[in-house]
Design a protein around this ligand. Structure first.
Ligand code: FCB
Length: 455
């Protein structure tokens, strides 16, 4: 395919999340989040970095909206910090926190930029963690109550809602590996944490169906899993990792039961009543349709593929992801650049779950950018990554996949969780001292793609 025109109403955007860009996490009466707490715990984040300052977006939001407009974006995906709106996670609303998002949304709409609002991008109020966080069976109700505050305040201007960002990452790096907040190593809790996240999504969808006027979905991290060798053990490991990462959440939402591999993966830690789930929370789960009672769309966060090797000592999966061959291009995260996996993932979604609307809610790459030369940061590797992944998306569109938008991760160089500021994903550089924003070459390439509506 040498050139391709995307559908006329295709959304072109960039994505961010609250804790990664806002800074001033406790301003105007906000309650601390688990990420604030985690980042301030020595040894948790590289270089002792925190989100205290981040990109200073909490003060510079108007400048950032202007930047989106200058880059020609037609959509913007951001998240709301739960604790700004409900400092204790439940109960009284903090009007000043809510007003921040109201102003942001108003400014986007004024510029003709479609807001996509993520309700939960990992920053649980610390007060709720003190009650057990996502391990608490009340957590879905906490989330639905919080979601309703936002629906009520903003649904007239926000047409696209995302409930939870990457429930797998919340569950495994957050509650099993201890790498991300809340930083627990509680393998036995993982199946219930995941289940509560799904119930939280369903509870928010149910609340939205009662009053909302637009679309609500979930964003999941997906990647094809390929065996690292032809050995049977590696092939079986790749199959397990496929269930673990790609199917765990979507199978329950869209097919009504967990993948059979889950019980095998978790062994005794897998609750018996989950297989098969006896009372689907929101039936019927029909495969093959263009709509689902459990979600209006699927948001796909795609970065790379998994090369999988059997490794019995790694719990719970009995497998690990290995580095690709030396000659393969990789990002500074160590992730293989593998655009074919994006096409494959989009086609697989339609094949397995039916023709639901899809958005690429995140896609991007971290590279060590060269210093500016003649005023230009020539991030050639990110430009290649962007182009090849847009091409991969176009290939899926050309095969009839109902893909409705693309959000580059990320608008800005930002706080990349446990990596701190060391990993840079931005189309726009943020000077760590002055916070001055400088679009990189990838930003102007993207602007040209948007202007032409194609590649
Ligand atoms: C995703 C997260 C996002 C960012 C990218 C690189 O897993 O949703 O916040 O960290 O990875």
């Amino acid at each position: 395919m040498s050139s391709y025109h995307f559908p006329a109403n295709f959304l072109w955007g960039a994505a961010t999340s609250a804790y990664q860009i806002e800074g001033d996490p406790l301003a105007d009466g906000a309650g601390a989040s688990i990420w604030h707490r985690f980042a301030h715990t020595p040894g948790r984040v590289a270089n002792g970095d925190t989100g205290d300052r981040a990109c200073g977006h909490y003060r510079r939001w108007a400048e950032d909206v202007a930047l989106l407009a200058e880059l020609g974006m037609t959509a913007y995906r951001f998240s709301v910090a739960w604790g700004r709106v409900l400092p204790d996670g439940r109960g009284a609303v903090n009007q000043r926190g809510l007003d921040f998002y109201r102003r942001l949304v108003d400014a986007l709409v004024e510029r003709g930029i479609t807001p996509m609002l993520t309700l939960y991008h990992w920053d649980l109020p610390a007060a709720l963690q003190d009650r057990g966080g996502w391990r608490n069976p009340d957590s879905p109700a906490w989330f639905a109550d919080y979601a309703q505050v936002l629906f009520h305040a903003l649904d007239d201007r926000v047409p696209l809602w995302v409930t939870i960002n990457e429930p797998w990452v919340v569950t495994i790096p957050g509650h099993v590996d201890g790498e991300l907040a809340p930083g627990l190593r509680d393998l036995d809790a993982a199946p219930r944490v995941a289940h509560h996240l799904l119930l939280a999504h369903l509870a928010a969808v149910a609340a939205y169906r009662a009053s909302g006027r637009h679309q609500i979905g979930i964003a999941v991290n997906l990647e094809p899993q390929h065996p690292a060798s032809a050995a049977l053990a590696d092939q079986m490991a790749a199959q397990r990792r496929d269930a673990f990462i790609n199917r765990w959440f979507l199978d329950l939402l869209l097919l009504g039961s967990y993948p059979p591999e889950m019980a095998e993966i978790f062994g005794a830690a897998w609750p018996e009543e989950f297989t098969p789930i006896s009372n689907p929370p929101n039936p019927p789960f029909s495969k093959g349709g263009e709509s689902s009672p459990t979600t209006d769309f699927i948001g796909v966060n795609y970065y790379s593929r998994g090369l999988v090797q059997a490794e019995p000592t790694v719990r719970p999966l009995g497998a690990r992801r290995v580095s690709p061959a030396a000659e393969v291009p990789i990002t500074t995260m160590g992730w293989e650049v593998y655009p074919a996996g994006l096409t494959a993932t989009l086609l697989w979604l339609r094949e397995r779950y039916g023709a639901l609307p899809l958005y690429i809610t995140e896609n991007g790459a971290a590279f060590a950018d060269p210093p500016a030369a003649h005023g230009v940061i020539d991030d050639a590797q990110r430009v290649d990554y962007l182009r090849s992944h847009l091409h991969a998306a176009a290939l899926a569109l050309a095969q009839g996949v109902d893909l409705r938008g693309y959000f580059a991760w990320s608008l800005l160089d930002n706080f990349e969780w446990a990596h701190g500021y060391a990993q840079r994903f931005g189309l726009v550089q943020v000077d760590p001292l002055t916070l001055v924003r400088t679009p990189k070459r990838s930003a102007s390439v993207y602007r040209d793609v948007i202007r032409r509506g194609g590649i």
